[in-house]
Ligand binder design. Structure first.
Ligand SMILES: [Zn+2]
Length: 145
C-alpha cells in the first residue's frame, strides 16, 4: 500500500518537473480557443508558464507549473504574462517574467528547484494530515475500549 502511494507522488513530481519546460507545456495544448497569431495563443500561454487543463465544459482552463494557479475565461487579447502576475503575485516564474529562452542556466535551475521544493512541502503537509488522522482514530479507539 505504501509503495503505491509513493509511486503516485513521485509520478506527480516527474510530471511537474516535465511541465517546467516550455516545450512540454506547449505540447499539453492539444486544442486551444484562440489561434497562434492572437495575443493569447497557446504558445504565449506556455511561454508564460501555463499548461492546458481544459475540458469540454472549461475549454480554456490553464494552470501554472510552479504556483499552481489555474485561470480560465481568457479574452483573445489578454496578455498571459500580465494575467499571471496579476493573479499570482508570489509566483517566482511570473516575477522573473522572462520566457525560458531568456533565462540564465542558474535561473532555470532555480525554478526547477522551486518545483521540487513545492512538492516536498506538499508531501510533508499530506503526511502531517495522515498522521493527525491516525492519531485521532487511535484516540477514538482508546476511548471506546
Ligand atoms: Zn505561477
Amino acid at each position: 500500500m505504501t509503495v503505491k502511494v509513493e509511486s503516485d507522488e513521485y509520478q506527480e513530481l516527474r510530471a511537474q518537473v516535465k511541465l517546467g519546460s516550455e516545450i512540454n507545456r506547449k505540447e499539453s495544448f492539444t486544442s486551444w480557443v484562440f489561434s497562434e497569431n492572437q495575443k493569447c495563443s497557446a504558445s504565449k500561454l506556455a511561454e508564460a508558464g501555463f499548461y492546458f487543463i481544459g475540458s469540454k465544459n472549461e475549454p480554456d482552463a490553464v494552470q501554472c507549473f510552479l504556483c499552481g494557479k489555474s485561470l480560465d475565461g481568457w479574452e483573445e487579447d489578454d496578455d498571459p504574462w500580465q494575467e499571471h502576475k496579476k493573479h499570482s503575485q508570489n509566483c517566482k516564474f511570473a516575477k522573473l517574467g522572462k520566457p525560458e529562452r531568456e533565462l540564465t542556466v542558474i535561473q532555470f535551475l532555480e525554478i526547477q528547484m522551486e518545483v521540487v521544493r513545492n512538492w516536498v512541502i506538499k508531501l510533508y503537509e499530506n503526511r502531517k494530515i495522515e498522521i493527525t488522522n491516525k492519531q485521532k482514530m487511535l484516540k477514538k479507539l482508546g476511548r471506546s475500549m
